[in-house]
Write a protein that binds this ligand. Structure first.
Ligand code: DX5
Ligand code: ZN
Length: 212
């Protein structure tokens, strides 16, 4: 379970991170948006560093930015534990994944809803996590795209048939109902923004999604 900070109260970020930890979060999902790759601007390495300094939770940094290769060293230095880059961004994907792993950081690869699974095939032996997006990235609170489960199933089948070991993460519209659907399709890391931070009882919400 990886709650997304995007849905937290940004007026008290470190308290919100503590609340996620005490509610049973395994990882904290940090959405970095550059106003170019997606139509929204969030935060950069300075925020990642402040969170890293305040606690020990595993930081799952999702870069929705056009030049992940250029900004990568700053996110590594800030204390990211996992860095996920998009296959659609403007970079040499293999080179970026290698740079992440050489720094001792886990490497993730994300693909947008419109991108076919085949686009990530060349990189599956170079990643620790695959993220088939279940919404068009940019904003929290959108509806889960059920069609994306075919991609999750294809990724799990390909991984198992080829002796690979990457995690499969889903991100966007996850709640207790869709968590069960995504888990059944083969996802083992669930990002949840609105349904965790904005739940009346975050601990109960995270527990329910994990159990679902
Ligand atoms: C979307 C982000 C997500 C977002 C999910 O661009 O990548 O991580 O925070 O939010 P919910 O869970 O509200 O759909
Ligand atoms: Zn995300």
């Amino acid at each position: 379970m990886a709650p997304s900070l995007l849905a937290a109260d940004w007026g008290k970020v470190t308290e919100e991170v503590s609340r996620a930890i005490h509610s049973g979060a395994d990882w904290l999902h940090l959405d970095v948006m550059d106003g170019h790759f997606v139509d929204n601007i969030s935060f950069g390495p300075q925020m990642v560093e402040a969170i890293h300094e305040s606690n020990d939770i595993f930081l799952d940094v999702h870069l929705m930015i056009t030049r992940p290769d250029h900004y990568l060293p700053r996110f590594i230095k800030a204390g990211a534990d996992m860095i996920t880059v998009h296959v659609e961004a403007d970079h040499d994907v293999s080179a970026t994944l290698l740079l992440i792993r050489e720094a001792g950081v886990k490497a993730g690869l994300a693909l947008n809803p419109a991108t076919p699974f085949e686009e990530v095939l060349p990189y599956l032996d170079q990643i620790d996590l695959l993220l088939p997006m279940t919404v068009v990235p940019g904003f929290g609170g959108q509806s889960f795209m059920h069609d994306m489960m075919a991609k999750v199933e294809a990724a799990a089948a390909y991984r198992d048939a080829n002796g690979l070991h990457f995690h499969i993460e889903v991100d966007g519209g996850i709640n207790t109902e869709t968590a069960a659907i995504a888990g059944k399709a083969g996802a083992n890391v669930l990002v949840a923004g609105s349904s965790s931070f904005q739940a009346p009882d975050m601990k109960a919400a995270i527990t329910a999604m994990r159990e679902a």
